[in-house]
Design a protein around this ligand. Structure first.
Ligand SMILES: [Mg+2]
Length: 240
C-alpha cells in the first residue's frame, strides 16, 4: 500500500460541493492510521475543511485551489499563489464571452463566479443551483468541451495572459495561473515534504483528457473513479 494518498474532493471524497457522508468518515480515519491524506481541490481551504467536517479536523493536508495554497494538517501555510489583476481581468473577459456564447438564463447572477484568490471558478448554471440539476447538467462534459472548442482563440488569449482553464466539478470551468495545475503542485508538495513519487497515489473523478485531475497523470500513480462511492469501495478493499 502507498504511504501518501492524494484525493480530489468534489465527487471523489464528497458528493459535489456537499458534506462527506457520515459512513465515509471512519474509512478516512482508518486510512490515516496507515498513510498521509492530502486533499487536492479547486475549492479553497475553508471549503475543503467544512465539507470534510469537524470530525476529520487534523487528519489531512490541503492543497486548495488546485494546489495553489498548501497547508499542513496543523494549519501551517506552506505556500499561497495569488492571481494578478491582469490574470483576473483576462479570466473575467473570458467568462463574459462564454456567457454570451451560452446565452443561458441563470437563477442567480451572483452565483456564477467564485473568486478564490489563487483561482476563479465559473459555474455555467450557478454554484448553488439545485444539486440534481447540476448533476444532470453536463455529466459527460460535452457542453464544457464544446464551449472550450468554440472559444479556442479566447483560450489562447488566456494562455497569453498566463491563465490555464480546466473542466472541474459538475458545472465548472476552473481558471488559475498557467501551469500551476494539480499535477505541478502535487509534485512541488512531494518535493517539499521530501517524499518519493513512487510512494504516492492520486484518486480522482476527472482524470480524463481535459479534466482537472488529468495533470496528475505521469506525476504519480493515479486511480480513476466514477464517483465518491467508488472511492470508498476502493479504500475499503485496500484496508481490509
Ligand atoms: Mg472532482
Amino acid at each position: 500500500m502507498q504511504k501518501h494518498f492524494f484525493f480530489d474532493l468534489d465527487n471523489t471524497l464528497t458528493p459535489s460541493k456537499s458534506l462527506i457522508e457520515e459512513a465515509h468518515i471512519s474509512i478516512l480515519k482508518q486510512l490515516a492510521e496507515h498513510a498521509d491524506i492530502i486533499v487536492v481541490s479547486g475549492h479553497g481551504e475553508a471549503d475543503i475543511r467544512s465539507h470534510l467536517t469537524e470530525a476529520l479536523h487534523g487528519y489531512f493536508y490541503t492543497l486548495g485551489q488546485n494546489g495553489n495554497r498548501a497547508v499542513t494538517k496543523g494549519g501551517e501555510v506552506l505556500w499561497n499563489n495569488s492571481l494578478t489583476k491582469e490574470q483576473r481581468d483576462a479570466i473575467l473577459a473570458f467568462i463574459a464571452k462564454a456567457r454570451a456564447s451560452l446565452n443561458y438564463v441563470v437563477r442567480d447572477e451572483n452565483d456564477i463566479i467564485e473568486d478564490r484568490d489563487s483561482q476563479i471558478a465559473f459555474s455555467l448554471i450557478g454554484h448553488h443551483e439545485d444539486k440534481a440539476k447540476k448533476d444532470a447538467f453536463d455529466p459527460r462534459h460535452e457542453i464544457r468541451f464544446k464551449l472550450l472548442k468554440d472559444l479556442a482563440s479566447d483560450v489562447e488569449a488566456l494562455k497569453a495572459a498566463r491563465v490555464e482553464v480546466r473542466i472541474g466539478g459538475t458545472t465548472n470551468l476552473d481558471f488559475f495561473e498557467y501551469g500551476k495545475n494539480k499535477g505541478y503542485n502535487v509534485n512541488m508538495f512531494i518535493k517539499k515534504m521530501g517524499w518519493k513519487n513512487e510512494d504516492c497515489i492520486y484518486i480522482g473523478d476527472a482524470l480524463f483528457p481535459g479534466g482537472n485531475d488529468e495533470t496528475v497523470v505521469g506525476v504519480i500513480e493515479t486511480h480513476a473513479i466514477k464517483d465518491y462511492r467508488e472511492t470508498y469501495d476502493f479504500l475499503k478493499k485496500m484496508l481490509s
